[in-house]
Design a protein around this ligand. Sequence first.
Ligand SMILES: Cc1ncc(COP(=O)(O)O)c(C=O)c1O
Length: 417
Amino acid sequence: METRVANHAKGKVYVDKLLGTGMAAKQATIQYGKENVIDASMGAITDDNGTLICLPTVEEQLRTMPIQEMIGYSPVGGLPRFLEAAIKHTFGEFTPDAYICAVASAGGAGAISNVIWNYSNVGDAILTHDWYWTPYTTICKETGRQLKTFNLLDTEMKFNLRSFSSMVKSLLLEQDSLVIILNSPNHNPTGYSISDSEWDEIKSMILEEAKDSSKTITLVIDIAYIDYTKNPLSARAFMKKFSKLPSNIVVTFAFSMSKGFTAYGQRTGALIGVSSSKSVIEEFENATLVTSRARWSNVNRGCMNILANIYNDNILLKKVNSEREKYNMLIVDRAEVFIKEANQIGLKILPYHAGFFITIPCDQPEDVSNRLITEKIFVAPLSKGIRVAACSVPVSQMYGLAAKIQKAIVMSDTVKL
Ligand SMILES: Cc1ncc(COP(=O)(O)O)c(C=O)c1O
């Protein structure tokens, strides 16, 4: 095969397994009718008719916005009203006592990519949990970093502090900068949320390591699903813990409008930096601005305006929160049906607190997924399990799904033996 790309780009092939599954599900829906197909692959909220939903107030804002406010350029760092709103939304009542700065990004993915670029060196390892959102590894590979993992869960299905500490310690022996990505609450793909006391343990562990001032530890907290917790207000309580930390611990939040405001394709988010040092946060802003200018220049003005407008008007904010709550309850109902049945038949699932997805661990995810496809059930195969998107499967189709998955796993295991 003729190759013309530069050396660093050789051999790159983009494989989007999820998109493939999603397309196959759509094809099956056309062929067999949507009532005969279960599409549990999609990471977006659909109503019980399978239609992608948009929070009505978000839609209204978008449709009534003056065209110039939609199509115009915006500052590289984002509209100031948006940045203020993004900070308010992220922290709620739990703003850390620290210097805080937000820089707009192309979604949460852009925020994560920017922090990895500026807070690690080429060749460095980036640390995250073993169950993780695949783009983390894509971002690392693309930027010459390598993603390493610790075990998210221990044998009691709680945050595995031991595995986390041992990876942090060993990586800090090899490198001076360590970027750690933690996706909580309502982690993708499991639905796990790190508890407040687990955050305390994580914080003490990092504080201990940060006693060596030659090291810089950067926490990236991926909060893409935070608004789908049972109590979105108290879900933010842990954020206050990042007050007055030593200046060699930089805490960042990847804020995204994709899920919380159903603005998936609008590509709007922000990287929010938190530090006890004014100069560290000024440096954060400068470095992030330059990377943003180099990567995407500026982000979607219309979508930034939506958030700013919502946070400028208490009535709009209340409406958005109650619209989201309605869809959150829909997800809760769907997840409850699945989990109850899974428990009844003894199907092991990973701890689910809330959020879009439920994960079932299994040995041969691809095989299990293929077996389910023959029954017109489409799930996302992961490396160590399969993921069911509670956000997009109607309640009626949740009944019996756990048993079908269990059967596919048993058949797959039997053939392997
Ligand atoms: C774990 C996780 N983090 C972040 C995101 C952010 O996505 P976006 O770039 O659309 O904001 C997603 C979206 O699927 C996700 O699943």
